[in-house]
Design a protein. Structure first.
Length: 205
């Protein structure tokens, strides 16, 4: 019998606990992307910008199908970015979302605090599924002592790994970009701050 939970928070595989959602961002991967932050992270890197996303606590619960449909109707985006929290704690459902998004011609970027070696050597079929649905993987724990100003990463140990040919070599993946901060104000006045402030690790905000 396959258990219906997939993380330390005993979350059902059919559910995604959404910590945050941004319809359009240019600071969380190449191009313009929708960003999904999930709730819950077992890694809990010291200095993480999003410690509020660590607990495996209740958040806005959505199904993979509902989230995919929400993304499908957003115009003018190149794809989606999964962040958190730890996306591989929601691997089954996010893989389903990623596969649906890729069928529309868009790309998937996935952040993870696990190393590329940890992810690829795992026998967990859910992890393999999310890797298969990912075009660009940004992997590795944040290490404060190695903080850097490279585009899309927070510390120099983290790896930016193309997993398909869909995000190509023409995209500037790594360079000293200084500080990248993005502010988004929703119609209801809620402000989302995301990006990569100098010397600080951000996987959303």
């Amino acid at each position: 019998m396959v258990p219906d939970t997939c993380d330390p928070g005993c979350r059902r595989k059919s559910e995604i606990h959404l910590a945050g959602f941004l319809a359009k961002s240019s600071a969380n991967g190449p191009g313009t992307r929708a960003v999904i932050w999930v709730q819950g992270c077992p890694i809990r890197c010291p200095g993480c910008f999003n410690p509020q996303f660590w607990p495996f606590s209740k958040a806005t619960v959505v199904s993979a199908g509902e989230l995919a449909r929400r993304i499908e109707v957003i115009r003018g985006i190149d794809g989606i970015t999964f962040s958190g929290g730890e996306p591989f704690s929601h691997a089954d459902s996010l893989a389903e979302v990623g596969e649906a998004v890729r069928k529309t011609g868009r790309t998937v970027v996935t952040y993870s605090g696990y190393s590329y070696r940890d992810l690829t050597e795992s026998s967990d079929p859910a992890w393999k599924g999310l890797l298969s649905a990912t075009d660009l993987l940004i992997a590795g724990p944040y290490i404060e002592e190695l903080a850097c100003n490279t585009l899309y990463i927070g510390s120099s140990n983290q790896e930016i790994i193309p997993l398909s040919g869909r995000i190509g070599p023409d995209v500037p993946l790594r360079y000293d970009c200084g500080e990248t901060i993005e502010y988004s104000i929703a119609p209801d006045g809620v402000t989302t701050v995301t990006g990569f402030p100098r010397g600080c690790h951000v996987r959303g905000g």
